[in-house]
Design a protein around this ligand. Structure first.
Ligand code: SAM
Length: 250
């Protein structure tokens, strides 16, 4: 078993694989001016087990291509979408965000919550642009500094983990550079991190360690890393969050 298998085992039981919330998904959709009755062709990139896919499918008259490179997450998304009665609106796809199996100018909306960092923000917004119709909407969430001045410990941690982390003004400038018009921005609140993501994850640690006792060193290490991330969030939450960027392809 490699580390990726352990990650899958830890996260697959979770409703979300990153910070966020259904209310915030729908707020972003509102800022993108999506109409409930208008037929929409959406792609949800790095969809995980489908939290945003399902929230969008429930609200909109849409067809969603839900894409993630982990087959286990895509299978779980199918189970959840079936339970929620929206699988008919979703095409689950195992695919890589670096080579998306999408047609040029086919999308009304490209959605990616907590996932664009895997390709990198600037590369993602520039390479994914071609899949959007003119006037199509891009909605992405991205690790963002909330202030220019910060304690050194948190700056060092996130710059090592994700060198593209920066302030919203710099991210917005990148969107503008790639010819997107900003429609809205908001940082995720504390509930999106703690109540919706970290607390359910912490509640999973004990059973995860029991289930993976044959790989106890690697499993313990993974729990320790996640626990450290939670502590960093609690201590430094004034200084960073995920920012949600809503923009339009010009
Ligand atoms: C932090 S999770 C967010 C999942 C989901 N959007 C959510 O908010 O709950 C990032 C997701 O990106 C997926 N991912 C990572 N690299 C990928 C790639 N190259 N292509 C497609 N998906 C990828 C992971 O499998 C994971 O499901």
């Amino acid at each position: 078993m490699n580390d990726l298998d352990l990650l899958v085992r830890l996260y697959i039981t979770q409703l979300r694989q990153g910070p966020g919330g259904n209310e915030e998904t729908l707020l972003a959709a509102k800022l993108a001016k999506l109409e409930e009755t208008e037929p929409l062709n959406i792609a949800d990139i790095g969809c995980g087990t489908g939290s945003s896919t399902i929230a969008l499918a429930k609200k909109f008259n849409c067809s969603i291509q839900a894409i993630d490179f982990l087959p286990e997450f895509i299978n779980e998304l199918k189970v959840r979408a079936t339970q929620e009665g929206v699988l008919n609106k979703i095409t689950p796809i195992v695919g890589n965000m670096e080579e998306l199996p999408l047609e040029s100018e086919s999308l009304d909306v490209l959605w990616a919550e907590g996932a664009i960092y895997n390709i990198g923000f600037e590369k993602g917004i520039s390479e994914w642009r071609k899949y959007l119709k003119p006037g199509g909407k891009l909605v992405v969430s991205e690790l963002t500094w909330l202030t220019e001045k910060r304690p050194e410990k948190i700056t060092t941690h996130w710059e090592k983990e994700y060198p593209e982390v920066s302030t919203a003004s710099k991210k917005i400038a990148q969107l503008e550079k790639h010819n997107y018009k900003l429609l809205g921005y908001f940082p995720l609140n504390e509930n999106c991190w703690m109540k919706n993501y970290y607390e359910p994850l912490q509640a999973r640690f004990e059973s995860f360690l029991e289930e993976n006792s044959d790989k106890s060193t690697a499993a313990k290490e993974l729990v320790k890393e996640n626990q450290l991330e939670v502590e960093l969030y609690k201590t430094y939450k004034e200084f960073f969050s995920y920012g949600v960027y809503i923009s339009e392809k010009l």
